[in-house]
Write a protein that binds this ligand. Structure first.
Ligand code: IPD
Ligand code: CA
Ligand code: CA
Length: 264
């Protein structure tokens, strides 16, 4: 299997579907919004985009199944499965804000081997394949070389369910407000992760995320030289609903801080 070739095909299909998403945004002043849950929204654009992505990926790798947010296909593959978020940052999209992105990862058995995040607002596609390095619009990218939290810009997302952990989470915000360059909440976890991969952020953490939010971005961080774990330093960050992603130099200190505050 030529992973580089598949990766480029996935970038091209993301750009095509991204164009559809951007055009819908510009031509529909009032996008019809369905409420999936409190603070959880979906539009016809999320669903149509996913269907387009699934149709195209089915041609690229017919034997692969899907783990896709809007459930347009529930086919399961024996060895290969695509993990898809057709629109990460729906709340931004609805409000006419950026960033919002398409996130697509390919899983072989239990391992991610390819990831593409296309951030539509700035027309930036981030991608990586196993042992091939990570790229932004054709140029190789790397995590930043900042060594200390005090010199780091930190990204996170605010929980919209599972409020039981909100108190320690608010403490982490206080800690990083005081001890880092600052904290950002962009509204697209896939974008947060690829911004760590290209050195715009030193660190990202969030709990309550789903596999389609993180699978591609976390893989791209690792191919760009960064480190990823759950809140206790283990590897259960794709299905485990909590993730830390950092450059390789601040990772250990960042993990200690999160571990201490979030697990108290
Ligand atoms: C959301 C975004 C957001 C994060 C939420 C996710 P969606 O994805 O990634 O940044 O904080 O937890 O659910 O719903 O826009 O695909
Ligand atoms: Ca998402
Ligand atoms: Ca989504």
């Amino acid at each position: 299997m030529n992973l580089e070739h598949i990766c480029i095909e996935v970038c091209n299909l993301s750009k095509e579907v991204g164009l559809f998403i951007r055009t819908e945004r510009l031509s529909n002043i009032n996008i019809q919004v369905e409420v999936k849950g409190l603070h959880d929204f979906v539009t016809h654009v999320d669903k149509t985009s996913e269907q387009k992505i699934v149709d195209k990926l089915s041609k690229i790798l017919p034997e692969a199944g899907f783990i896709a947010e809007e459930n347009t296909s529930t086919k399961k593959g024996d060895k290969y499965n695509w993990i898809i978020d057709p629109l990460d940052g729906t709340t931004n999209f609805i409000h006419g804000l950026t960033p919002y992105a398409i996130s697509i990862a390919l899983k072989e058995n239990d391992e991610i081997i390819l990831g593409v995040v296309y951030e539509i607002g700035l027309d930036e596609y981030f991608y990586a394949w196993k042992n091939g390095g990570a790229y932004l619009n054709g140029n190789k990218i790397q995590v930043s070389d900042k060594k200390e939290i005090k010199n780091s810009l930190v990204a996170t997302g605010f929980p919209y369910y599972d409020y039981k952990r909100i108190k320690p989470f608010l403490e982490t915000l206080e800690y990083f407000m005081v001890n880092s360059h600052g904290v950002r909440r962009l509204g697209s976890a896939a974008t947060d992760l690829v911004y760590v991969a290209c050195g715009r952020f030193e660190a990202f953490y969030e709990y309550g995320l789903s596999p389609w939010d993180v699978a591609a971005g976390a893989f791209i961080v690792q191919e760009a030289g960064g480190k990823v774990s759950d809140f206790i330093g283990e590897k259960n960050y794709i299905f485990g609903k909590e993730i830390i992603a950092c450059n390789n130099l601040v990772f250990d200190d960042f993990l200690i801080s999160i571990k201490q505050i979030m697990n108290n």
